[in-house]
Design a protein around this ligand. Structure first.
Ligand SMILES: Nc1ncnc2c1ncn2[C@@H]1O[C@H](COP(=O)(O)OP(=O)(O)OP(=O)(O)O)[C@@H](O)[C@H]1O
Length: 238
């Protein structure tokens, strides 16, 4: 089918399989999924079901063994290596363990993400405070990461991932180290980011969060998509 560029999914998996070298079992097995611009998607499934592999393929940290992965209109199997950094600039990433630079302040952590992609000093001076305000950390911009709570550190990580206004935000277990109340705050923030038009894909084991948010849920089992629901819960409902 011919689609207009505006309607083309921002992420398309076409019969994607991934078998890691030396493994007999596929980490992903004939996965076909379309994710449209602006969607919020939870990726759920037992440990080892293939969630991280799915996310790594989007980032081109790994390549499909079979099938095609398209991100932002690019066929990642055919994307030249030197174009990979440009692809990754359009994708913010957030992890369970925050991954902040411990010897830099909150503001410096966020600014660093812009420095490495060559943004001008005036852009950095504008975008960093604006983004820290969005995540509710304006007051703590000069603090060091170890002076912050886990929830605050995750907010810094989200600010760093979003400061460049990426097309896609990938979050791998972002609430995995946080208590339920703090997790809910992080989810509200991801929801706000999603409402700006950024596509959010979040891998999680947090049933409470998934049940509360009622977003699209894609469930993997043994590398296969076994459920894809528009306003799903963590598990099957009946
Ligand atoms: N680098 C690798 N080399 C070999 N096998 C791998 C590699 N990474 C993952 N696998 C295997 O691929 C399968 C899927 O793993 P993956 O990490 O994608 O699952 P997951 O759903 O993210 O799990 P978790 O919830 O524990 O993070 C597993 O069987 C795993 O052992």
């Amino acid at each position: 089918m011919d689609r207009s560029p505006r309607l083309r999914p921002v992420i398309r998996f076409e019969k994607v399989s991934k078998t890691y070298p030396g493994q007999s079992h596929s980490a992903l097995d004939t996965v076909s999924v379309d994710i449209e611009k602006g969607e919020f998607v939870f990726l759920v499934g037992a440990s080892g079901s293939g969630k991280s592999t799915f996310l790594r393929l989007i980032l081109r940290e790994s390549q499909a063994t079979d099938g095609r992965v398209h991100v932002a209109g690019k066929d990642l199997n055919r994307l030249a290596g030197w174009k990979v950094p440009r692809l990754r600039r359009q994708i913010g990433t957030v992890f369970q363990d925050f991954r902040l630079l411990q010897n830099k302040t909150v503001a410096e952590n966020v600014a660093f993400a812009l420095q490495v992609i060559g943004k001008s000093r005036s852009d950095i001076e504008r975008l960093v405070p604006e983004t820290l305000e969005l995540v509710g950390l304006s007051e703590k911009s000069e603090r060091m990461p170890d002076e912050l709570s886990g929830g605050e550190q995750q907010r810094v990580a989200i600010a760093r991932a979003f400061v460049n206004r990426p097309m896609i935000l990938i979050a791998d277990e972002p609430t995995g180290n946080l208590d339920p109340t703090t997790s809910l705050g992080i989810m509200k923030l991801l929801d706000r980011i999603n409402r700006t038009g950024t596509t959010v894909i979040m891998a999680t084991h947090d049933a409470g969060i998934v049940d509360q948010m009622r977003k699209r849920v894609i469930e993997l089992a043994d590398g296969k998509v076994v459920r894809d629901e528009a306003r799903g819960a963590y598990g099957y409902e009946n």
